[in-house]
Design a protein around this ligand. Structure first.
Ligand SMILES: Nc1nc(=O)c(N)c(NC[C@H](O)[C@H](O)[C@H](O)COP(=O)(O)O)[nH]1
Ligand SMILES: [Zn+2]
Length: 163
């Protein structure tokens, strides 16, 4: 139901506000949820984990650490109904050259079945984000959850100089 999605997206939004503002990225929050048991498997926000990390990436790193495996081996430990909530859609390209989160999601196989997104990525850094099609082509559903767009973008761009 949409208010359940909004409930989790609001939690992701609260996480985004913990991210240190930078002019070169967005402040994003994310959650991995087991939709079958309604359990939060991991939380994450931009720059939470060591290095130049994304919110989604931080969720995966933390959960992989919990299971004692490298991030790219996490697929086997994710329950069937795992879903990802992220305030900004997963990146498909990063100006830093780091592995994009769409690729991090795809290499886990089909364990993540749906990605719930608060807003599409603005074009500022990498132009139009084509990640949604990559996910859908791999059988992963991408759902835009409406209602927090303005707040999400305000927090995401807080480190950018005012236009
Ligand atoms: N979904 C998402 N989660 C994040 O945690 C984050 N920071 C971005 N941001 C997307 C943006 O395109 C990249 O931040 C820039 O392309 C710079 O790349 P780096 O972040 O330095 O690797 N997007
Ligand atoms: Zn990313």
């Amino acid at each position: 139901s949409s208010n359940l999605h909004l409930h989790y997206l609001r939690q992701a939004f609260d996480l985004a506000r913990k991210s240190p503002p930078k002019p070169t990225n967005y402040r994003v929050g994310a959650l991995l949820v087991d939709s079958k048991s309604d359990t939060i498997l991991a939380t994450g926000y931009t720059l939470e984990c060591e290095g130049n990390t994304h919110a989604e990436q931080s969720c995966l790193i933390k959960l992989a650490e919990k299971h004692g495996v490298p991030e790219d081996q996490l697929g086997q430990f994710l329950p069937e109904g795992t879903v990802l909530y992220t305030t900004v859609e997963p990146c498909f390209k990063r100006l830093s050259g780091n592995i994009p989160c769409v690729e991090r999601i795809l290499r886990l196989g089909t364990s993540i079945k749906t990605v719930y997104v608060g807003v599409k990525e603005p074009g500022k850094f990498v132009g139009a984000n084509t990640g949604r099609k990559q996910l859908e082509d791999a059988g992963i559903e991408v759902v835009l959850v409406e209602g927090l767009e303005r707040e999400i973008l305000e927090v995401a761009t807080a480190g950018h100089k005012k236009a």
